[in-house]
Design a protein around this ligand. Structure first.
Ligand code: 3HC
Ligand code: NAI
Length: 700
């Protein structure tokens, strides 16, 4: 960091206050103090008639310093005091915005008398994504500028607005040309009218227009549905409403109270954890930033089926050309047909121009000839999940791929080291495990084999980011991280049903917890036939895999794909409907085992589902298959629809208290042992969890 996080200098009659606190000019205590001092200096400088606040480096102020929230060290001066100083000052102050003016950063700008920006700038109040609300006057000042409905929309979604939209809404006063915000602000300053400058707090027109508006109640009702279970969004509405019911200073006070209520809530702790966890995933101790990724200009994808097609789309969407190889022309035609249909759907929704669709399709070159892969820098294999097929493919790739090409496998269950052993270049082999639908799902597990070279890891992580994925490095174990955890979760769902819950109740409890989908609906989506293949392979490999009910389901029930799985589906409709055939299977199982069904509460269901993830996650962590507990959380949030506001399974356990979690897990284990239920063997407490609790530790 530079010596002075905020400095003051003059450009003619304009005083320039520059915030220079890399990487994003966050409002740490030192920056707040610096702003206070330098704005005061500018107001006292008789040589200037107006002030500009601008950010050095890549951005304006990107918000409060989130790291300070974790330490609770939000010392004086308070952001509200800084904002009040700016707004009440004797000279007009102009915020000169480039990069992003977010959260507290936009709140500083809203306290300025004018806001100007370069065309590429973005503005927003994204606090809700951290489980909090704008606490520096943002709810009060933005409401005055844009009215109740728009303020609620912007604050409850946390959306980043492009400068043009900010201008149209009246958040910005002017958008200049070019990339230099200071130049834009200085020419704007020359146009300022004489006389008293306007203060956002005094703007009355929207307050009058929206007083008593029904939008508050409408927003509450809508959030109760779309942000179910979440604390901050409702508090955002309360804070905006205060702008319309209370005088400015009382509104600010109310906003503060609500801000601290949010800060004290577990959901803020969870979401702030997710913010940092998401940024930590790219930090790999033995692959430092000094390791240069290999250049990826040409990609090849093998297999144009469900996964290969989606994977190819990811690369061409990012402008990287792809050669797509399959066994024969018919398979290729089918694969390309699906890709084209996918794009056409996006075009029909108006989200992609026809010309862009054509451009993307033109970047895909279908082939059946391995010789065409010779110039590929990265080859991603997505052929049948069959060890012999993969062996054949990798032996062939070893013959044709150029030296230095990266050979990646999208296998979901096979041993990456065994795959690498089919080549003479295991250091160049890596797993790139996409999730279905591969063009949509954000998660990419990058699987490190025992010989994978550091620059190959760096390349896979970088290329993942380039194609818009959230890439998490994982170790080579059965199921890697996500699927290894989910198998026990799926089994536990079945055990709950055997004990007395219904399929629908288990899914409902999962939804109530906040998961995007219940375990049975998820099974139907993934395909019960696919699960069956995986199960058969695991059983053949001697891996214990209890699936008490799935083994008894008619194999013809494949899930959503043929309208029959754990549920039944009407043609063309994805709504799961209870199926008496499944109830009969459950009843027969209970009768055979002499199980007297009992009533199980939704809370127990959610706990047991989530704690299977926690216990296995702790084992994964101890084995070093994930680098950090936060990495596991990110896998679950981006790959399995785990609610971010719960922090991911590992953070959820920390917030519940590791000692409480261990006590429950120990009890579930004892219950399984007592019942002689080998399927519940995974409840054996993870040694890491037991050790942390014994040592009085609160986190993983
Ligand atoms: N506080 C502390 N650190 C921050 C930060 C913040 N507000 N914003 C970003 N950083 C850090 C990141 O942790 C990262 O650190 P690292 O390099 O050590 O991992 C570094 O800055 C760069 O961040 P990104 O990797 O995210 O860089 P990008 O260029 O991809 O994105 C960004 C930049 C759009 C600014 C993005 O970082 C972002 O969205 N930041 C958060 C913005 C935000 O939520 N602001 C509101 C904060 S809450 C608030 O203001 C409360 C107020 O109302 C009182
Ligand atoms: P799929 O059956 O839809 O597609 C496989 C494609 O590979 C077919 O087009 C087939 O013709 C082609 N193929 C088979 N042998 C080939 C060979 N020797 N050379 C070239 N092409 C060949 O299978 P899917 O679902 O796309 O799976 C592919 C891989 O992705 C598997 O390893 C699977 O485990 C993995 N995966 C699948 C997920 C899913 O949800 N379907 C999720 C994540 C990974």
């Amino acid at each position: 960091m530079s010596q002075q996080p905020v400095r003051y200098d003059r450009q003619g009659a304009v005083g320039v206050v520059t915030v220079d606190s890399p990487p994003v000019n966050a409002l740490s205590q030192a920056v707040r103090q610096g702003l206070w001092d330098k704005v005061t200096e500018g107001f006292n400088d008789a040589a200037v008639t107006s002030l500009v606040i601008v950010g050095a480096g890549r951005t304006f102020i990107a918000g409060a310093d989130i790291a300070e929230f974790l330490t609770g060290g939000m010392g004086e001066p308070d952001l509200n005091d800084v904002n009040d100083l700016i707004e009440s000052g004797p000279k007009p102050v102009i915020a000169a915005i480039h990069g992003t003016a977010l959260g507290g950063g936009l709140e500083v700008a809203l306290s300025c008398h004018y806001r100007v920006a370069v065309p590429k700038a973005q503005v927003g109040l994204p606090e809700v994504k951290l489980g909090i609300l704008p606490g520096g006057g943002g709810t009060q000042r933005l409401s005055r500028l844009v009215g109740a409905k728009t303020a609620i929309d912007l604050i409850t979604t946390g959306v980043f607005l492009p400068a043009s939209k900010g201008l149209a809404l009246g958040i910005l006063d002017h958008v200049g040309e070019g990339t230099d915000p200071l130049a834009v602000a200085i020419s704007f300053a020359a146009t300022l009218p004489a006389g008293p400058h306007k203060r956002t707090r005094d703007r009355e027109e929207n307050l009058v227009a929206d007083k008593g508006s029904p939008v508050f109640e409408e927003a509450r009702a809508s959030l109760a549905k779309f942000a179910r279970g979440q604390f901050a969004p409702q508090r955002c509405v309360d804070a905006v409403e205060a702008a319309f019911t209370l005088p400015f200073d009382a509104g600010l006070k109310r906003e503060r109270e609500l801000f601290f209520q949010c800060m004290a809530h577990d959901q803020a702790k969870a979401l702030i954890h997710v913010f940092f966890a998401e940024r930590a995933i790219s930090k790999i101790p033995d692959v430092p930033p000094s390791v240069t990724p290999r250049k990826i200009a040409q990609v090849a994808v093998l297999g144009s089926g469900t996964m290969g097609g989606g994977i190819a789309m990811n690369f061409v969407n990012a402008g990287i050309p792809v050669r797509l190889l399959d066994l024969d022309q018919a398979a290729l035609d089918r694969g390309i047909g699906v890709i084209a249909k996918n794009y056409a759907g996006t075009v029909a929704k108006g989200k992609l121009a026809q010309a862009d669709m054509d451009k993307r399709l033109s970047l895909i070159t279908p082939t059946t000839d391995y010789a065409d892969l010779a110039d590929a820098d990265l080859i991603v294999e997505a052929v049948f999940e069959d060890a012999d097929v993969k062996a054949k493919v990798f032996r062939r790739l070893d013959e044709v791929a150029k030296p230095g090409a990266i050979l990646a496998s999208n296998t979901s269950t096979l041993d990456l080291d065994a795959i690498a052993a089919h080549t003479k270049r295991p250091a160049d082999v890596i797993g790139m495990h996409f999730f279905s639908p591969a063009n949509v799902m954000k998660l990419l597990e990058v699987v490190r084999g025992k010989d994978t070279a550091p620059d190959v890891i760096a390349t896979a992580m970088a290329v993942g980011k380039q194609i818009g994925k959230v890439s998490v490095l994982v170790g080579n174990c059965d199921g890697f991280v996500g699927n290894r955890m989910v198998q026990y979760y799926a089994t536990e769902a079945q055990r709950l049903v055997i004990e007395g819950a219904s399929v629908e109740q288990v899914d409902k409890a999962a939804l109530e917890f906040g998961l995007a989908m219940g375990p049975f609906a998820m099974g139907d989506l993934a395909g019960l036939d696919v699960m069956g293949f995986i199960r058969a392979r695991r059983v053949a490999a001697g891996l214990i895999y209890g699936t008490p009910l799935s083994d008894r389901i008619d194999p013809a029930r494949k899930g959503q794909k043929n309208g029959r799985g754990w549920y039944r589906y009407e043609p063309g409709n994805r709504t799961p409907l209870p199926d008496p055939e499944i109830t009969a299977v459950i009843d027969a199982y209970r009768a055979e085992k002499g199980v007297m069904p009992r009533a199980i509460g939704n809370e127990e269901i959610a706990k047991r589902l989530i704690y299977t993830l926690v216990n296995e996650g702790a084992k994964i962590l101890e084995e070093g298959m994930a680098l950090r507990a936060g990495d596991i959380d990110i896998v679950y949030i981006y790959g399995y629809g785990f609610p971010a506001w719960r922090g991911g399974p590992m953070k959820f356990a920390e917030l519940a208290g590791l000692d409480n979690v261990l006590a429950d897990i120990t009890r579930y284990h004892a219950d399984a042992v007592k019942a002689g239920d080998a399927d519940g063997a995974y409840w054996e407490p993870a040694p890491l969890l037991a050790r942390l609790v014994a040592d009085g530790k609160k986190g993983f």
